[in-house]
Design a protein around this ligand. Structure first.
Ligand code: DAH
Length: 340
């Protein structure tokens, strides 16, 4: 009787000899034919179950040797075929690596976001804590605790978006000062960038814009500290050439108060239409924290003094990039945004 192991082996050798060794699919078909679920070798292994116990060890040994031989031969054939296919692919076409590639349209930071990041970075470097604050405020935080009397014009319905009698969209970020002082013990320094809302709309005013509030409370803080810090900051924002000045002003929550101007970015101070021929542009308000505000949050004004400031981010972005209309910053017009 012909030995089935020899028979299958010689059939495998013969078929392998006629299989294309540059065709992985053909080699794989051969693998299935011999080693697949219903493959010839597999079927032979299944026969073991029907054998007498004493015949099994010898049969098992032979069938395992056969399987190992076929396995190995297939592995080698597959590797050869894969290599041949790769070789063929490489030869069948070539790529001109000197051709320019497809451009990748990279985006850029929105000018408002960029300014905000820059400002946060500057103040964090000076040890300031960053607070986010909240868009909806009560009368206490937006006005009362900030020493703003009931008849103050900013409380007017014409300036403020009221949600309820004593609840509103915040008109400035200054309320965050109160939240912060109610929950922290001095000394501290913090900034609070965020959106604010006012019933107002023209080329330089929008119903929603962004401000950054700043607050420092410590022992021995003076107006000189405020001026030194803000002048340094303005140079960082607008370059070393920029000139700065403080103008006396009034805010209910600071005493004394000032408004800060920088030399006009359009005419460098010579005077032009944009700066109304003054050579200066206002960028924010500031002052020493009014003792009444400290009292409202339970801070001892004999021991501690402080300063505060509030600047418009949109305004800073407009000046920095010489944007003529505030609305452009939030219109999401690609033609505008692509310029940054
Ligand atoms: N809250 C003021 C505004 O919206 C800006 C401001 C002025 C903030 C003086 C301050 C400050 O903290 O001290 O016009």
């Amino acid at each position: 009787m012909t030995n089935p192991f020899e028979l299958i082996k010689s059939q495998f050798v013969a078929e392998l000899a006629t299989t294309s060794l540059s065709d992985t699919a053909a080699v794989d078909a051969l693998r299935v034919k011999f080693l697949g679920k219903k493959g010839l070798v597999t079927e032979l292994m299944k026969q073991m179950g029907g054998l007498a116990a004493e015949e099994r060890p010898a049969f098992g040994k032979l069938v395992n040797v056969l399987k190992a031989e076929v396995d190995q031969a297939i592995e080698v054939a597959l590797a050869t075929a894969r290599e041949a296919e790769l070789e063929q692919k490489l030869n069948s076409g070539w790529v001109d690596i000197s051709l320019p590639g497809d451009g990748i349209g990279a985006g850029s930071l929105h000018p408002l976001y960029e300014i905000r990041e820059e400002i946060v970075d500057f103040f964090m470097g000076m040890g300031f804590h960053v607070e986010s604050g909240r868009d909806v405020e009560t009368d206490w935080y937006n006005f009362e605790a900030l020493n703003t009397p009931p008849d103050h014009p900013s409380r007017d319905m014409q300036d403020t978006f009221y949600l309820d009698k004593k609840v509103m969209l915040r008109t400035h970020t200054s309320g965050t000062q109160i939240h912060y002082m109610e929950t922290h013990k001095p000394p501290f320094r913090m900034i609070a960038p965020g959106h604010v809302f006012r019933v107002d709309s023209d080329a330089t005013h929008a119903p929603m814009f962004q401000q950054v509030e700043g607050l420092v409370v410590d022992r021995g803080i003076t107006f000189a500290h405020l001026k030194g810090l803000l002048f340094l900051w303005a140079k960082r924002l607008f370059g070393n050439e920029v000139k700065m000045r403080f103008r006396p002003s009034f805010f209910p929550f600071t005493e004394p108060s000032a408004e800060m101007d920088i030399s006009c970015v359009f005419c460098s101070g010579a005077g032009c239409r944009r700066c109304k021929h003054t050579g200066w542009m206002e960028i924010g308000g500031c002052g020493c924290v009014d003792p009444n505000v400290l009292k409202n949050v339970g801070i001892d004004g004999e021991e501690f003094t402080g300063f505060a400031f509030g600047f418009g981010l949109d305004r800073i972005a407009m000046l920095r990039h010489q944007v003529p209309e505030i609305g452009l910053l939030t219109a999401n017009d690609q033609r505008f945004l692509r310029q940054f």
